[in-house]
Write a protein that binds this ligand. Structure first.
Ligand code: CA
Length: 503
């Protein structure tokens, strides 16, 4: 079993696969000068004050003071470099990619009336205009699950789209378009089968006609609580409408679909320094397999791409896509600036404990999940894709904000990489959890679906785990397997990204 991982020849650090004691031999006969925690960096060379600390072949930062060979390099010892410039980026210079063989070209999914991506699940989605209706809707949803769902065995669940938006917000602010777009696009999620059901209040700012398309805004699809006389009648109305929708959804059947009807999202959370060695590269390999087979895959998380944006830019298929990438990054730079922070606000205490010194190191690991294929499109938060292949969908990195944004973009399934561990899950689409290290899998045996840890220890290859993940994605999308988060119904709240003011 290997003890240290060095990724590129020019790297002047390696990371410890296991904790290392002071005096123990490191790589190339180097002796550790101090105890080095698992996943943390050892200096392979003497690094002078101001010298570059290089991992992934890129400069993670500059040494605040001289660092001797064998020393532990932690997050307090680096100055953050300036982020890559956005104005002089080059696009489309690296479009060649490692196209893997694709052993499976189809999956079993639900076709949708709009001909868009297929559903991975058959769910009744109930949409809301405003948080005020959530209490009533949740009571009704419990009754739907208990009293109605058993009568419709082909429907796999009921999902209330509860959110904190809808009133007390500056609905006409320019950036209000983001949450409104997210909620509007969720109505058309492929797992909801084209059935529209909306519970509204009656005096909210996000009116029904703002949420629904004109053809969907009909009495058969909308319940307005202020128009109903009392609680019992509200329950009756919601259950009666749910029954009509369930009857239609119950007619849906899985059919064999080509991979170009599959839309998969990827994100990471609770990352560590192994994430960029094992979990994210194997997700990237699976992404390359999916894209080679015709599927669409999206990755996100602006602050975790910002420091590797020049690498993503080279993979953009043309200037138009590249310029949108730069525009999304610029928008986020300004968004953070207005909040008087910058991208350095991203790494968490857990990230740092897991050996990630700063956002540059986190970003270089994060972008590995995008594989190697060309970036065919860039989306603003919660936009729907218009082409197939690898897509960059700009979203916040926060797990519980990225998730709903990707759902609004239409993902039928999310792959979630973690190093430190999170029980995260989504109600509207299954989430496959991939961990970066063996200890994580041992700790959460029954929460982690795929263990990429053996890549870190040298016992498996990225191709091994990437191929395993590809098959897991196909099986989960096809309803043959349930990932743990789905099995236990671990559903996080839908935190809709709202960069506009609240009033
Ligand atoms: Ca995340």
């Amino acid at each position: 079993m290997r003890k240290f991982v060095k990724l590129q020849d020019i790297d002047n650090v390696a990371i410890a696969v296991q904790p290392v004691k002071a005096g123990e031999a490191g790589p190339d006969g180097i002796v550790a000068l101090r105890d080095i925690p698992q996943a943390h960096k050892i200096a392979l060379k003497d690094i002078p004050a101001g010298g570059e600390i290089i991992r992934y072949g890129v400069c993670l930062g500059y040494a605040k003071e001289a660092i001797p060979q064998g020393d532990w390099i932690n997050e307090n010892m680096l100055d953050l470099p300036v982020p890559p410039a956005l104005d002089d980026m080059v696009f489309g210079t690296k479009l060649a990619w490692n196209k893997p063989d694709v052993p499976v070209k189809t999956w079993m999914g639900y076709e949708n009336p709009d001909g868009w991506y297929g559903g991975t699940r058959n769910l009744l989605g109930i949409h809301t205009t405003v948080q005020c209706v959530t209490g009533v809707l949740n009571v009704a949803v419990e009754r739907i699950r208990r009293e109605l769902l058993p009568l419709y065995p082909n429907v796999e669940g009921v999902v209330p789209i509860n959110h904190a938006y809808g009133c007390g917000v500056a609905i006409n602010a320019p950036e209000a378009k983001v949450p409104i777009r997210a909620l509007r696009n969720l109505v058309h999620h492929p797992n909801f089968g084209g059935e529209v059901m909306c519970v509204a209040l009656g005096c909210e700012k996000l009116t029904v006609d703002m949420l629904l398309d004109p053809e969907d805004n009909i009495p058969e699809n909308v319940i307005m609580l202020q128009d109903i006389k009392g609680f019992d009648a509200m329950m009756d109305a919601i259950l009666a409408m749910a029954k009509t929708k369930l009857e239609k959804l119950n007619q849906r059947r899985r059919v064999e679909l080509p991979l170009d009807k599959l839309l998969v999202g990827m994100q990471c959370g609770g990352s560590d320094a192994f994430s960029g060695v094992s979990a994210n590269p194997s997700a990237g390999y699976a992404a390359d397999m999916l894209v080679a087979g015709g599927a669409t895959v999206m990755f996100s998380e602006v602050t975790e791409v910002r420091d590797g944006v020049h690498i993503i830019g080279e993979r953009c298929v043309n200037d138009e896509v590249g310029k949108k990438l730069a525009a999304e990054m610029r928008w986020y730079d300004n968004y953070l600036l207005n909040g008087e922070v910058d991208r350095s606000a991203n790494p968490t205490p857990g990230n740092k404990k897991g050996g990630l010194s700063n956002i540059v190191e986190k970003a270089m690991g994060s972008i590995a999940k995008s594989g190697t294929s060309p970036i065919v499109e860039v989306l603003s938060p919660a936009e729907r894709p218009s082409c197939h292949g690898m897509i960059y969908a700009a979203t916040p990195a926060s797990d519980i904000v990225c998730g709903p944004c990707q759902l609004a973009s239409g993902i039928g399934l999310q792959v979630f990489m973690t190093g430190r561990g999170t029980p995260y899950g989504l109600a509207a689409a299954p989430v496959i959890k991939v961990c970066s290290r063996n200890e994580m899998k041992a700790q959460w045996e029954d929460l982690i679906d795929i263990n990429a840890g053996p890549i870190t220890t040298g016992e498996k290859t990225i191709q091994d785990v990437g191929t395993e993940l590809f098959h897991k994605i196909i099986n989960v999308a096809s309803g043959v397997e349930q990932p743990f988060a789905e099995k236990y119904k671990l559903y996080n709240d839908l935190c809709i990204f709202n960069p506009a003011p609240i009033t």
